[in-house]
Design a protein around this ligand. Structure first.
Ligand code: AMP
Length: 458
């Protein structure tokens, strides 16, 4: 998708181009058309997802559809933010995106003299970005009226609540005209956010920057216990499957990503790395090649992978488990886009088991163990049994669990079974099975055990 497809005013498209934005981020793609319809919206998105433009661009577009009066005017848009830093940043974004229009933005926050802000308000503005305390002060002194507000935005609502602004929010909302459009953004969708949304938004549309649980559930997840030194061999084994057409592999480090690429290239597999040490040009080139199908495997670190928006990733391979459990959910969400089934395979080395425990506590279930694969770690744990699901409060599993690394979901600490036990414990269907020798299939025929999506055919 391109910004032009979003049917924004030419002045805004020019501004977006000047900012160097090439394509809308996922939250922008979803939110911009909805905001333009005038509907209320609940957006689940953190800073860094492009959420500010997701509301600022359609708001500016909406304002531009009505001629801008000259002289003094009351604000038509109010954006409430928890901190002055965020207020300044949001106001700066509005000013930049609206720089080619006559729309005016003013920002007010506490901790500085009120005088300059009074003068700015007296001069009139269309968009007011504010923190709650100073806004209420100025309204209380009758220096500011909210009677003309048409669109109200509550940004970082979760932080607002954390900072104890609930009463201030209610006071501000009580001053707004009842006929208005409401937009609310929050990094999480915990119960208290739902309650707040219920009291402010009317029949809202819901958009999320992260893949919602329903998408994640379409993805076949499989876990392999493998020793660190043999992860590359296991990857090479899976790559014998031609169904693995477009593979996004994650490593913990940039060095690790480069190493995997070198090893794949050595055996003739087209692979490229994308990480923070690569220039923007190199990254763009890698993305283009991957998109066009010239590169079969893209190896990425998390930061670099954030902006990857490629629909047809057939497999995600998580070569190193992430330290933050919710990153795991983001990573697997890279496949299975657009409602299609996808496959995510995670590798877990001995020392990564506490990380696995954290992930499983977060998602409230065990990642299904792959049944038959070579290079099984000699210390593969027994089949999991009783995991108490972590209560899910967000559709995107954005809340972190309270548990600390090392709390095993297997009901005991440390190694679940010594070297001898891996062979002896009773197995259930989803337990990893120790292979008969190492990769007997190599070079003879495609692996029979490489994972396929339910609707395989790609
Ligand atoms: P935000 O999540 O709104 O704080 O935005 C994070 C950063 O992403 C800001 O530096 C924006 O300028 C930038 N940004 C927003 N939209 C886009 C886009 N479509 N393409 C590239 N960068 C963007």
């Amino acid at each position: 998708m391109h910004f032009q497809d979003l049917k924004l005013h030419a002045a805004l498209l020019d501004a977006v181009r000047a900012e160097g934005y090439e394509t809308p981020t996922p939250i922008q793609e979803q939110a911009i058309p909805l905001v333009l319809t005038g509907k209320d919206l609940m957006g689940c998105a953190k800073t860094g997802t492009g959420k500010t433009a997701a509301f600022a661009l359609p708001i500016l577009d909406t304002l531009l559809r009505v001629p801008v009066p000259t002289g003094r005017r009351n604000p038509r848009v109010l954006v409430l933010t928890p901190t002055r830093e965020l207020a300044a940043q949001v106001a700066d974004n509005f000013a930049r995106y609206g720089g080619r229009t006559r729309l005016r933005t003013t920002v007010i926050f506490g901790g500085v003299s009120q005088h300059a802000q009074e003068i700015a308000i007296r001069g009139g503005c269309d968009i007011l970005v504010a923190t709650p305390g100073r806004l209420l002060d100025l309204c209380g002194q009758r220096l500011l009226s909210l009677a003309s507000i048409e669109i109200f935005v509550l940004d970082e609502a979760d932080r607002m609540l954390d900072m104890g602004f609930i009463n201030d929010i209610r006071k501000v909302v009580a001053m707004l005209p009842p006929a208005r459009q409401n937009l609310m953004f929050s990094a999480t969708f915990a119960d208290e956010i739902k309650t707040l949304a219920g009291s402010i938004l009317k029949a809202p549309e819901f958009v999320a920057a992260d893949p919602p649980a329903t998408t994640v559930e379409l993805i076949t997840q499989q876990l392999c216990f493998v020793e660190r030194a043999q992860k590359i061999d296991l990857l090479l084994h899976f790559l014998k499957d031609p169904d693995m057409r477009r593979v996004l592999a994650f490593t913990r480090t940039k060095h690790g990503a480069d190493k995997v690429v070198r090893q794949l290239q050595r055996v003739g597999i087209k692979a490229l790395a994308i990480h923070g040490n690569k220039s923007q040009n190199a990254r763009t080139h890698a993305m283009d090649e991957f998109r066009k199908g010239g590169t079969r495997v893209m190896v990425a670190t998390d930061i670099a992978a954030r902006g990857i928006d490629i629909d047809d990733i057939t497999h995600v391979v998580i070569m190193d488990l992430p330290n933050e459990p919710d990153i795991f959910v983001h990573r697997i969400g890279r496949t299975g886009r657009a409602g299609e089934a996808g496959i995510a395979i995670a590798f877990c080395a001995e020392d990564e088991r506490p990380l696995l425990a954290d992930i499983e506590r977060l998602i409230g279930k065990h990642v299904p163990r792959m049944e038959d694969y070579p290079y099984v770690s000699p210390i593969a744990p027994p089949a999991p049994t009783n995991l108490t699901p972590h209560k899910r409060t967000s559709p995107s599993v954005a809340n972190k669990p309270s548990g600390r690394p090392g709390n095993s979901p297997y009901g005991h600490q440390g190694r679940p079974g010594g070297p001898g036990r891996a062979d002896n414990h009773s197995r259930s269907d989803n337990a990893p099975r120790r292979s008969q020798g190492h990769d007997q299939n190599r070079g003879k025929r495609p692996p029979q055990n490489a994972p396929r999506p339910a609707n395989s055919g790609r």
